[in-house]
Design a protein around this ligand. Sequence first.
Ligand SMILES: NC(=O)c1ccc[n+]([C@@H]2O[C@H](COP(=O)([O-])OP(=O)(O)OC[C@H]3O[C@@H](n4cnc5c(N)ncnc54)[C@H](OP(=O)(O)O)[C@@H]3O)[C@@H](O)[C@H]2O)c1
Length: 409
Amino acid sequence: MTIANNDITRRDFIAKTALVSAGLAFGKFAFASTKSMFNGNALNLLTTLDGKLALPAGRRKLGSLEVSELGFGCMNIAWAYGDPPSKQDSIKLIRSAHEQGISFFDTAEIYGPHISEQITGEALKSVRNDVVIASKIGFDIDFDSGQMMGGLNSKPEHIKQAVNYMLKRLQTDHIDLLYQHRVDPNVPIEEVAGTMAELIKEGKIRHYGLSEAGAATIRRAHAEHPVTAVQNEYSFWTRDPEAEVIPVCEELGIGFVPWSPLGMGYLTGTVKSDYQFSEGDIRKSLNFPRFSKEALVKNQPIVDLLIKAGEKHQATPGQVSLAWLLAKKPFIVPIPGTRIISHMQENTSAVKVKLSTSDIQELETGFNSIGVFGDRAPEGLKESHDIGTSLGTSSKGTNGKTPLPKTKE
Ligand SMILES: NC(=O)c1ccc[n+]([C@@H]2O[C@H](COP(=O)([O-])OP(=O)(O)OC[C@H]3O[C@@H](n4cnc5c(N)ncnc54)[C@H](OP(=O)(O)O)[C@@H]3O)[C@@H](O)[C@H]2O)c1
């Protein structure tokens, strides 16, 4: 099962939608800088987490949902960055992640489509009660064939039907956390939240979340029914959620799940200017600005900064990136993705890397003085994000991208 072996329709679908599902994009900044989110001492944050929340070691809370402090992204077993592994190897990878202590698995209807959910369900069925499965809806995908029928679709009836099919693919009677994958400009977020509340009542899902949502949309959804987690792109080189979204999550008691926490692989230091992207790799095929040859060279100082910080801790740059996210806030749970067991093991070990306050200060000062070359996503993809046009504004207008509900008579 490789992207290269897929039929034309699927390739075309991937080309059109992979980036949408991969999420992301931000602003028009060639060189974006950021303000520090560390309000003091990162180690104190962790101490507070241990003391006040009394969670078992290695566990975190997303709203009221307890998960392992690192999750596992299951998109990459279906598509995105090069040829996916075979079904057998993907199952082995997911089960190994679980054996390493990961109990939070992230998938979506659109990954494949359907393939990631099918494999994730198969891999986890024997440990279903030990794990938290998160998936996402919100695209117009044929329930049976997986063909893309249109763009976004968060109409209540569509969500409800999609969930029935997802449960079958995931071989379970409930989804622990169901996200709306992208804010639908045609459906008021209150209707989406109301639908999620109905599904919770029916026992088909336990919690719901939003992905690539801005602050205003998050507030409106939360007012309708409490949001458990927001999943937006966030990493050492993509700081957009720091402006509004993470503060709103903190204020409302919502968990935050950074996707592409390794900067789509760049922050591991393995994607250099001579990197050979394979045919199905969306970083190249969809022209992600930060993966142009020029950007790969110009952003190397960011990786060098992570390498330097890692020297003290015998940690790789990827591990420092994950440790940095974990130190940011106790309600942050990154979900790195990989196709390779040794990479998964390396990523999982990042929880052992404890960055000191001065490590973090050095990283923040260094990052602010360097900046990032290139946008986080191509222009077209940014359209699907419920964010503003400049760092510091994360929702369009005051209501976000979602229309206001019709006033009740
Ligand atoms: N909500 C959304 O819209 C959205 C969008 C995108 C992704 N996601 C979720 O977030 C998860 C993670 O995001 P992501 O996969 O896009 O990005 P990521 O985790 O930042 O990076 C994945 C890339 O890093 C490489 N990598 C991982 N560990 C490595 C290591 N130890 N050493 C060297 N390279 C390593 C992987 O290649 P190898 O396979 O070769 O290791 C892959 O190319 C996805 O699986 C998916 O579940 C959600």
